[in-house]
Design a protein around this ligand. Structure first.
Ligand code: KG4
Ligand code: ZN
Length: 334
């Protein structure tokens, strides 16, 4: 069979990224231009600034990606792009770029859902094995998904309010840690002790999650201690908070693994970079004889390699978009 080269484009939040992946598994080149340094002075991503930065960067990132791969667009089989969910202004930049390239070079255009991308970041580590359960935890998503084959997604549950990464970032903010706060909480937690008593959210029989109550509990705790003139032990609070998050995520995920009788589990999304979350799933999967995969740190957060890998399977599945493709801030994973 002829090799298939997919050019992936990701611009859903604050990373402008291009990647070329061969046959869904072999990464040829990836370039990620992060805007974190711009947004951290505002304590979070400013959508208007993000879309302007994408416009400024996009052609340079594309050129660098092709140069690194020693390929021309003519060598590419198809163009895969994140069309949603995400920040609408940011998504539009990637989608318009993909449509322009597809039109100019007569290439098929493949629409990729951002969460499918996060799942397929694992395919670059090890070929996915089915059936599997995927837990996608990022700044915008917390979803438990069942897959019995490539590019077939069944949502079992998701967050009812805040995403887990959003909760990490907001808790970090109240502790005066820089954006993005997730990695900073992770670092503090690694030297802290679990001494603060926090509630386990939505401890029920569903596969849904909830993190806004936990976030409020931490914010209230910090304000109350400050009012009493007490000093917060940031390491211990980070550890206690992270432990509650881990308990909530692992409890429901391990139940889904058991109920759906799967032997494969994958972790995905920016929060999968968390050492505590990774470690506890490792322990539980070893204990239960589950084949466990998580993405490399580089591909846990947003990147186009995961979009190109997912795009390959979407391409094989016959999924195509025409030049009416539009970006969308929220859409279902189908
Ligand atoms: O997947 P991603 O790049 O963007 C979305 O699709 O949302 O995820 C970004 C999120 C941020 O909330 C960030 O704080 C979180 O991932 N994150 C972490 C860690 N590294 C990144 N959260 C906890 N621990 C980490 N080590
Ligand atoms: Zn993401």
């Amino acid at each position: 069979m002829k090799d298939i080269y997919i050019l992936g484009i990701e611009s859903s939040c604050d990373e402008t990224s291009f990647s070329i992946v061969k046959n869904g598994v072999e990464e040829i080149s990836t370039v990620i231009s992060s805007q974190i340094d711009i947004h951290k002075q505002y304590g979070g991503v400013v959508p208007e600034i993000a879309s302007r930065a994408h416009i400024k960067n996009i052609t340079f990132v594309l050129e660098e990606c092709l140069e690194k791969a020693k390929l021309k667009i003519e060598d590419i089989t198809a163009i895969a792009v994140t069309y949603g969910p995400g920040l609408i202004g940011s998504l539009l930049v990637g989608v318009e770029c993909a449509k322009t390239l597809a039109f100019l070079y007569h290439k098929p255009l493949i629409p990729v859902h951002h969460i499918a991308g996060h799942i397929y970041a694992n395919n670059l580590v090890k070929r996915l094995e089915f059936p599997l359960i995927a837990l996608v935890i990022s700044g915008g998503h917390t979803e438990l998904i069942y897959m019995d084959k490539d590019y077939s997604f069944k949502k079992l549950g998701s967050t009812l309010d805040d995403a887990v990464g959003e909760c990490f970032d907001k808790v970090a903010k109240v502790l005066n840690l820089e954006y993005p706060g997730g990695p900073k909480i992770d670092k503090l937690a690694s030297i802290g002790e679990d001494t603060y008593n926090l509630p386990i959210p939505l401890n029920d029989s569903s596969y849904n999650f909830s993190f806004s109550g936990l976030k409020s509990a931490v914010i209230n705790l910090v304000h109350n201690e400050e009012q009493r003139g007490n000093i917060i032990n940031k390491e211990n609070l980070a550890k206690s908070f992270q432990e509650v998050v881990i308990k909530s995520l692992t409890k429901k995920t391990m139940r889904a693994i058991e109920e759906y009788k799967v032997h494969n589990f994958i972790l995905a999304g920016g929060v999968s970079a968390n050492s505590g979350v990774r470690g506890e799933f490792q322990r539980l999967c070893e204990l239960n004889n589950i084949n466990y995969t998580f993405p490399s740190i580089k591909y846990a957060t947003d990147n186009a390699a995961m979009i190109a890998s997912a795009g390959y399977y979407a391409y094989l599945d016959g999924r195509r978009a025409d030049l009416t493709l539009n970006a969308t801030s929220s859409c279902n994973l189908e």
